[in-house]
Unconditional design. Structure first.
Length: 267
């Protein structure tokens, strides 16, 4: 009977691991701060902050209305919060996500309706992500997927990180400009919660510099946190669980564990 229960529990563990808490983009009181470096020599740097409010359902997917405010680097005061992007220059903008890990950007105005997948946290190593057939953007290929604890995160919670690099004519482009990391509940390290949609704004280099929840820092860009410092872990460095379904942090002791749904013996 004990042996039967053990095998039943092992078979159940993959489902347990997939059922762990997911850090949703739609959680309350998150704020994303983006640094925009412009090509103009007169006004080179500005900042935009985003937040989400007023949950709704569009085509069966949960969305929240996007609000933003901005300031120039030499200014101390922010503009007022307005719905839309970049200080309210576009109205009717929503961010949504589904249960499969896809993040959506929905814009409804007088000229057009867009519903685009800007990030996809269900992707695996080797998968290709192409942003919108109408946009002339290079596709991404997934180079690594890992659970990572961000050093300056207040909650020290492991979050899924997807590493991506542009590729062209079958060649992966490894320069810094062509690399990005998507972090669960935080978004693109370049564009925050707007994901690939942020690539559409020409003339500016964009960098996520901070993400907070209820005033607590989840992510902050500094010398210790950058695209390079979010380590690309080997594929076998995925989460390890004991036979009770509890995640093992650090180096496990001798014994039997579960990794990638398989039994692993640590000697």
């Amino acid at each position: 009977m004990r042996r039967f229960f053990l095998f039943f529990l092992i078979a159940l563990l993959p489902a347990i691991s997939f059922g762990q808490d997911y850090d949703s983009f739609l959680d309350n009181e998150k704020i994303w701060t983006i640094k925009n470096t412009l090509s103009s020599p007169e006004q080179t740097v500005s900042y935009t902050e985003y937040k989400l409010m007023d949950e709704t359902s569009i085509e069966g997917i949960s969305y929240k209305l996007l609000f933003s405010r901005y300031r120039w680097e030499y200014e101390d005061d922010w503009s007022d919060w307005e719905s839309g992007e970049f200080g309210g220059s576009f109205g009717g903008t929503y961010i949504g996500e589904d249960n499969a890990g896809k993040v959506f950007f929905y814009k409804d105005n007088d000229n057009s309706i867009e519903n685009l997948v800007t990030m996809d946290f269900s992707l695996q190593v080797g998968d290709v992500f192409q942003f919108g057939s109408d946009y002339d953007l290079l596709p991404y290929v997934v180079t690594a997927v890992s659970d990572t604890i961000l050093e300056n995160s207040f909650d020290r919670t492991p979050r899924k990180c997807i590493h991506l690099s542009h590729f062209f004519d079958g060649e992966v482009l490894f320069e810094e400009y062509h690399h990005d990391v998507w972090i669960e509940g935080i978004g693109s390290m370049k564009h925050g919660l707007v994901g690939m949609r942020g690539d559409l704004y020409g003339g500016a280099f964009r960098q996520l510099v901070k993400c907070t929840q209820q005033g607590n820092i989840i992510y902050q860009y500094d010398d210790a946190t950058s695209v390079q410092s979010i380590k690309e872990l080997p594929i076998d460095d995925t989460p390890i669980y004991d036979l009770q379904g509890r995640r093992v942090m650090g180096t496990p002791r001798k014994g039997l564990y579960i990794q990638n749904g398989k039994k692993v013996i640590v000697k």
